[in-house]
Design a protein around this ligand. Structure first.
Ligand SMILES: [Mn+2]
Length: 252
């Protein structure tokens, strides 16, 4: 079985349930470790991650340990960067054995073609978002930022990320905006026209659960999140389905 999930935003300072959510994610990964042949983490697993050559942000040790356990067992774990944790280098690959993806990734699994990405910037028209995205991805800006002391830069990053969360909270819960207003749908339709062999487009980023038909043999799925939805998708070799991970949760 193949598993897909995204957007845990671990370490988010605007959310009180950090450790609880991390534990829940770890229990989920533990529950699938014997069934999974591959796990795709489709971005923004961390609310902020800026990695220096010799230094990584504190925290997340339960998740990192579980990822290492999975890959030690031979489970393929794919880690896509999102728009909150794009400043990864090689630590997660070296330490946890994951396969890093900094770009959208197309792969064939059991005869079906998957196009996967976090989803930020694809079909996006918001100028402010695109400006920031370009800045964040700019090699010189990244180099300059890496000269800042980690204590300062990571504190700044966590503040930026939690402000972005609060801004989104004010706008209300993420909802499906309609076929014509979802950049990922527009983008995927165009992409499909040029690459008609893609059967599944799988994305995170939007924090909504969506299973949208693009053609008779192609669908677009958005994975929800692990902030308050605890949703994921599976591929059993025949079809992709969306699920909710349910379990009793009491302790903070
Ligand atoms: Mn995102």
């Amino acid at each position: 079985m193949i598993y897909f999930l995204a957007d845990a935003h671990l370490g988010c300072r605007a959310l009180k349930s950090g450790r609880t959510r991390e534990r829940r994610l770890v229990r989920f990964l533990d529950s699938i470790k014997t069934k999974a042949s591959a796990v795709y983490l489709l971005g923004d697993m961390f609310d902020y991650w800026f990695e220096y050559k010799q230094v990584v942000p504190k925290g997340h040790v339960r998740l990192l340990g579980k990822l290492a356990e999975l890959t030690d067992r031979g489970v393929e774990v794919h880690f896509f960067v999102g728009n909150h944790d794009l400043w990864c280098r090689d630590y997660l690959a070296r330490e946890c054995g994951v396969i890093m993806h900094f770009e959208p990734y197309t792969t064939e699994i059991e005869g079906r073609v998957f196009y996967m990405a976090h989803g930020d910037g694809l079909g996006e028209t918001d100028k402010q978002f695109l400006f920031l995205r370009r800045l964040f991805h700019n090699a010189f800006a990244q180099k300059a930022f890496s000269w800042v002391h980690p204590d300062r830069s990571v504190a700044w990053g966590l503040r930026w990320a939690s402000q972005s969360r609060k801004k989104h909270e004010k706008m209300g819960p993420a909802v499906f905006e309609g076929e014509d207003k979802e950049p990922l749908i527009t983008y995927s339709k165009q992409y499909l026209a040029e690459h008609p062999d893609v059967n599944y487009f799988i994305y995170g980023h939007r924090h909504i659960q969506l299973d949208f038909p693009l053609s008779s043999d192609s669908r677009l799925l958005i994975l929800g999140d692990w902030v308050d939805k605890f949703t994921y998708a599976t591929f059993d070799g025949v079809d992709v389905a969306l699920h909710n991970y349910l379990e009793g949760e009491t302790k903070p």
